[in-house]
Write a protein that binds this ligand. Structure first.
Ligand code: 5GP
Ligand code: MN
Length: 323
């Protein structure tokens, strides 16, 4: 049975567990790894034994986060006993990849997330789509438990909050959000250094791949929709991996007159589609229809079909959205 729970019930569920398997989504971003590491530090601090796992390695741009090396491969959970499986920032079971079988094997499962498309795949689901980042929910929980936000936690939580708001440019940034940010500052966060490491500094491959993506930019629907494409050849020429494509899609949206943008990247599993929109458009509906998910203004999916078919399919769905 799966139920929505509130903050107090989430703390109760955590309170009855000692050994916790903590996991997050595949191709993790700053909110995924930031929330994972901060929750791990908090739970260890209150006496729990925690194994933090992720299907994919921690991406290069997050290696400045303290404790990133504590993130293990899911198979390290093999043969171990847990009281609780806890997933952060993932909208559905498929999103946690290989961690899913170990999560599902736990006697109790709990989900902490902020995606509107969350399927409530835990037995207990603390899901609040009114917060900008899953990190906001970790701060709420840690503070409500009486724990101190350490400097390490603050650095990880800053990564969570700043990533999911495009470095404080969009998303649900309300008074609670900045009150929480202020408490991260009090905990010793060096925001300029962290912003440089996380948001300003790019790998050479990031910039080379961006160049190729921009060269592919096409304006559709009278300039209201843009498309960018990254094929295998682009990755080869840029010396890049799919990780380097992170956030490139935003360049297609942040152009005058554009309302919706998408980037299609050729990956091993298929064509990964990243969707972005300005209000009032809702691209999560399109992503859900195509087997993915996400938020109203930022969503995605992977299509198992040739690139040209994928482009035609996504273009027709997005054109309909704009009609
Ligand atoms: P991005 O385009 O940056 O990879 O993802 C944007 C948003 O869409 C993220 O919040 C992410 O969780 C969601 N998303 C991207 N791809 C998928 C997918 O294949 N399945 C689901 N459920 N969500 C996705
Ligand atoms: Mn998130």
């Amino acid at each position: 049975m799966s139920t929505r729970i509130d903050l107090a019930q989430a703390l109760d569920t955590l309170g009855s567990a000692r050994r916790v398997l903590l996991c997050t989504h595949v191709q993790p971003d700053g909110d995924a790894i930031g929330s994972l590491l901060a929750a791990g530090e908090w739970l260890r601090g209150i006496g729990k034994e925690v194994l933090t796992v992720c299907h994919d390695p921690v991406p290069q741009n997050l290696l400045s986060l303290p404790g990133w090396e504590t993130v293990r491969k899911p198979h390290e959970a093999e043969g171990r006993q847990f009281d609780l499986g806890l997933s952060v920032d993932a909208s559905d079971l498929a999103r946690i990849g290989d961690a899913g079988r170990y999560f599902s094997a736990c006697p109790v499962t709990m989900v902490i997330d902020h995606h509107t498309s969350n399927t409530l795949f835990g037995q207990h689901n603390y899901v609040d789509s009114l917060v900008a980042a899953t990190g906001n929910l970790i701060i709420r929980l840690a503070e409500a438990s009486g724990a101190n936000i350490t400097r390490t936690m603050a650095e990880c939580l800053y990564a969570a909050l700043s990533t999911d708001t495009g470095n404080f440019a969009f998303g649900q940034m309300d008074e609670e959000f900045f009150a929480q940010m202020s408490r991260l500052m009090r905990a010793g966060l060096d925001i300029s250094a962290a912003a440089r490491a996380l948001h300003l500094t790019k790998a050479p491959e990031d910039v080379m791949l961006l160049g190729r993506a921009l060269a592919s930019l096409a304006f559709l629907k009278g300039g209201r929709l843009t498309r960018m494409v990254l094929r295998a050849e682009d990755f080869r020429q840029a010396g890049a991996t799919p990780e380097n494509a992170d956030r490139i899609v935003n360049h297609g949206l942040n152009i005058r007159g554009v309302e919706v943008a998408f980037l299609a990247t050729q990956e091993e599993a298929g064509v990964k589609v990243s969707l972005r929109a300005l209000p009032p458009h809702d691209v999560s509906k399109v992503a859900l229809e195509l087997g993915g998910g996400g938020h109203m203004l930022a969503a995605g999916c992977t299509l198992r079909m040739p690139m040209d078919e994928a482009l035609a399919l996504v273009e027709s769905r997005l054109s309909a959205l704009l009609s």
